[in-house]
Write a protein that binds this ligand. Structure first.
Ligand code: GLU
Length: 531
């Protein structure tokens, strides 16, 4: 078989939706697997919906995701081929003219308001074989009138002359054979004299042909246009080399009803864009990147939205996806979006990163908070909390107490564990800690447990209140890991602070129904000796 050539052909009308990213990904996997080529073509012929920033956004998004192209708007080429349709304007008209000359298309002069009026008087109006003779076009008007319109420069469009009752077959690699009767299709506009631009349908077919595209892999929303495209290939005499079609299942809302939209993301609180998008009003919508996803995780979960490998493996690297991908195993029915599963993938990919790799993400977060960076310390913190991260952005929530002293103490834990003897017990413990050398978790654990047993103390009370003193809440990694990392001095300081604050608060603030007891001494609360 000749070289596989596929394309991703977005219209630059705004941010790229994850559905579009998945389409690009499947094209990429398919191309790579067959040592073929992936082309990025910008379909910007609809000037009314054109958004100038969208093209750069698309490039940035794929750069972040690691999806690369072999040809495209951003890759210089020797032949000076443009991959931006607005710059290929001169190419399309000749094909529209060819269709007109061969009676397969015609020129129509109807003004938009005339068509509108027709729609009002004929509710099911469709510009097609049954109505076109009642409209203003080269089929219905006398030649002299057509000439007059043309000489006067009256605006016109070129419409495809859809046959009245013909079965058109689309042989789709995913959906199978789809047969559509031409009577449901309207005479689509192919080209407009108003701006000299083709519409999507003509430009798409001409470019796929000229660019030697062998497979058109795109979203299911384009399946209804496929019969029209088949006709265009036939009429242009290109049926022999027509690409094969593969229409991908829709990505559905989390509840499974209907296509996933940006509004669903806003409503349920998950991103639908790969990276941040700023709209024309300056409103920012965060993407997967900004929400704390790794690109590998996004690639992996998108790959499995509508496709699965034979062995049902879930974690697959890009190379494994390339090896395993097949259009045969793409589902016919829609794929339900599941954000919890997306986070599960991200968690798995975070675990695959080394601590040093993860530091790169955490450093800016600390800098932003004005916390001095100590890479060695940060790496140790990372090792302890990594397992608790679903998102990169969970870092501060999970690790803040390694950098700043508790700003509050969980009231529920105080109520449950802190009694009149706790301060006394913690104070002794603090003094014992002072003598432990070397101060590592093994020694601290051994000596502390011996003390607890000897004094017949309640282990739950001591452990919970000690954690409360260090963390401020009942969370975080293993207590002795925290103690070792905070170090002797900081551990002792935090115990002392808790003793002072919590005891005082218990006496004076009995009616306080807040959930936390505040540590007002927070301004200088940084764990300076370590961070
Ligand atoms: N420009 C179309 C889009 O925005 C491309 C559809 C196709 O792949 O044919 O999705």
């Amino acid at each position: 078989m000749s070289e596989i050539r596929v394309r991703f052909a977005p219209s630059p009308t705004g941010a790229l939706h994850i559905g579009g990213v998945r389409t690009a990904l499947y094209n990429y996997l398919f191309a790579k697997q067959h040592q073929g080529k992936l082309i990025l073509r910008i379909e910007d012929t609809d000037t009314t919906r054109f958004v100038p920033e969208a093209e750069q956004y698309i490039l940035d998004a794929f750069h972040w995701l690691g999806i690369t192209f072999d040809e495209g708007v951003h890759i210089p080429n020797n032949e000076n081929i443009s991959y931006r349709q607005s710059e290929r304007k001169a190419i399309y008209k000749q094909y529209a003219d060819y269709l007109v000359e061969n009676n397969l298309a015609y020129i129509a002069f109807d003004m938009p308001h005339e068509i509108e009026r027709k729609r009002k008087t004929h509710p099911n109006f469709q510009y097609d074989a049954s109505t076109r003779m009642s409209m203003k076009n080269t089929l219905s008007l006398p030649d002299e009138e057509v000439q007059r319109f043309l000489v006067f420069g009256k605006k016109y469009v070129i419409r495809l002359r859809i046959p009245s009752n013909e079965n058109i077959e689309v042989d789709d690699m995913i959906c199978g054979k789809v047969i559509v009767n031409s009577s449901i299709l309207d005479d689509k506009v192919l080209w407009k004299s108003s701006d000299g631009l083709p519409t999507y349908h003509l430009a798409n077919i001409v470019d796929d042909h000229l660019m030697g595209i062998t497979h058109v892999i795109r979203g299911a929303e384009w399946l209804p246009s496929a019969p029209l495209h088949v006709l265009l290939y036939r009429y242009l005499g290109w049926e022999e080399t027509m690409p094969r079609f593969a229409h991908l299942p829709l990505i559905l809302k989390p509840e499974g009803n209907g296509k996933l939209s940006k509004r669903d993301g806003d409503q349920f609180g998950f991103p639908v864009f790969p990276i941040q998008w700023k709209d024309k009003d300056g409103d920012i919508t965060l993407g997967y990147k900004e929400e704390g996803f790794l690109p590998e995780a996004v690639i992996n979960f998108l790959a499995l939205l509508g496709w699965s490998p034979q062995n049902r493996q879930e974690i697959l690297s890009m190379q494994e996806l390339i090896n395993e991908f097949s259009l045969n195993r793409v589902k016919k029915s829609g794929a339900r979006f599941d954000f919890e599963k997306a986070k599960w993938f991200n968690h798995a990919y975070i675990q695959q990163k080394t601590n040093a790799e993860l530091l790169q993400f955490f450093r800016p977060m600390l800098l932003e908070k004005g916390i001095p960076i100590n890479d060695k310390y940060l790496e140790k913190v990372t090792a302890l909390i990594k397992e608790r991260l679903n998102l990169i952005n969970d870092f501060w929530e999970q690790a803040s107490f390694f950098f700043i002293r508790p700003v509050a103490y969980d009231e529920k834990i105080i109520k449950k564990w802190w009694n009149e003897d706790t301060a006394f017990h913690l104070d002794i413990l603090k003094n014992i800690l002072n003598d432990i050398e070397p101060f590592d978790k093994k020694h601290v654990h051994k000596i502390m447990m011996a003390f607890i047993h000897k004094q017949h103390l309640n282990i739950g009370e001591i452990m919970s209140c000690l954690r409360l003193s260090l963390v401020g809440a009942a969370k975080g990694p293993e207590l002795f890991d925290i103690i070792e990392l905070l170090g002797k001095k900081e551990t002792m300081t935090r115990i002392q602070l808790a003793i002072e604050i919590i005891d005082v608060t218990n006496e004076t603030d009995e009616d306080d129904d807040e959930n936390t007891v505040n540590n007002n001494n927070t301004n200088d609360a940084k764990a300076n000796d370590n961070a």
